[in-house]
Design a protein around this ligand. Structure first.
Ligand SMILES: Nc1ncnc2c1ncn2[C@@H]1O[C@H](COP(=O)(O)OP(=O)(O)OP(=O)(O)O)[C@@H](O)[C@H]1O
Length: 238
C-alpha cells in the first residue's frame, strides 16, 4: 500500500479561535479524488485552508506527504508538492499569462508546460495578455494550469467550476481524473456542483454546520438522492 498523501485526525478548524469545523477526519491516498461538499457556510473552505496549512487548526492534527503540516511555514509544504487553488484563484493580475506560468514552475520543464497547455488549449494564444484582462473562466483555467505545472503530489481546488462554462467543466474534470490516476496526484475538491463532483470522485464527504453528516463512495452517493438531500437540508419528518 502506498503511504497516504494526507491524514487529518479529529480536526477542529475555524477563524480567530471561533470553531467552524468539528471532529474532521480524512485519509487521502495518492491517485485518489475526494470531494468535500455541503451547503453555503458548511465549513468547506475552512477545512481546505486548514488542510493546506494556511490556517492553523484549533485542535487535532494534519500531516501531508509524510510530514506534520507546519501552519507557520505553509510554503514548505507547497515546495514539497502540496498545491491549493483558492476560490479567489490567487493570480497576479498585472503579469502576463506567460510570466505567471513561469512563476508557477519550480524548475523549467518545457515538456510539462506543453502537456499542461494541451489540457488548456484556450491559454496558448493568450500568453502575452495580462492576467487581469482574462475572462473569469480563463483565469480559472490559468490557476489550475499553474498548479499542475508545479507537478503537485497533492492538489486542492476550491470551487473548480466557478466561472467556467459547463462544457469546459465537463472536459476539465475527467482530465483531472486522468491526471490523478496517471501521476498519482491526490486531489481534494470543494465543489458546489454535486453531481459533477461525485461523477469524477472516488469518495465524498458532506459537511453541514461544520460537521460531517454523510460520507462514502462517490458512486453510491450519486445514486442515493435521499441521503444527499437529507445531508444538505436535513431529514424530512415522516
Ligand atoms: N475569515 C473569516 N473570519 C471569520 N469567520 C469566517 C471567516 N471565513 C469563514 N468564516 C465563517 O466560517 C464558517 C464556514 O465558512 P466556510 O467559508 O468555510 O464555508 P463554505 O462551506 O466554504 O461556504 P461557501 O460554500 O459559501 O463558500 C461560516 O460560518 C463563515 O461565516
Amino acid at each position: 500500500m502506498p503511504e497516504s498523501a494526507l491524514i487529518a485526525t479529529d480536526l477542529t478548524a475555524g477563524h480567530q479561535s471561533v470553531p467552524a469545523v468539528f471532529g474532521f477526519d480524512l485519509t487521502l491516498d495518492p491517485g485518489e479524488i475526494v470531494s468535500v461538499l455541503g451547503p453555503n457556510g458548511a465549513g468547506k473552505t475552512t477545512t481546505l485552508l486548514t488542510l493546506a496549512g494556511l490556517l492553523a487548526p484549533l485542535s487535532g492534527s494534519v500531516s501531508a506527504l509524510g510530514q506534520k503540516v507546519n501552519h507557520k511555514r505553509p510554503h514548505v509544504m507547497a515546495r514539497r508538492g502540496l498545491r491549493l487553488v483558492p476560490d479567489d484563484r490567487g493570480l497576479f493580475a498585472s503579469m502576463t499569462v506567460r510570466d505567471h506560468l513561469r512563476l508557477c514552475r519550480d524548475r523549467p520543464d518545457p515538456a510539462r508546460l506543453e502537456r499542461v497547455l494541451d489540457r488548456f488549449p484556450v491559454l496558448s494564444p493568450l500568453m502575452s495578455r495580462k492576467v487581469g484582462l482574462l475572462s473569469g473562466g480563463e483565469q480559472q483555467m490559468l490557476a489550475i494550469a499553474g498548479a499542475l505545472l508545479a507537478a503537485p503530489r497533492i492538489l486542492m481546488v476550491d470551487e473548480m467550476s466557478l466561472g467556467l462554462a459547463p462544457k469546459v467543466v465537463e472536459e476539465l474534470l475527467p482530465a483531472l481524473r486522468t491526471l490523478a490516476r496517471d501521476e498519482g496526484i491526490a486531489v481534494l475538491l470543494v465543489e458546489q456542483h454535486v453531481d459533477l463532483a461525485l461523477s469524477v470522485s472516488d469518495r465524498a464527504i458532506v459537511l453541514n454546520n461544520g460537521r460531517v453528516v454523510l460520507e462514502g463512495d462517490a458512486s453510491e452517493l450519486l445514486d442515493d438522492r435521499d441521503a444527499l438531500h437529507a445531508a444538505y437540508f436535513g431529514a424530512e419528518d415522516s
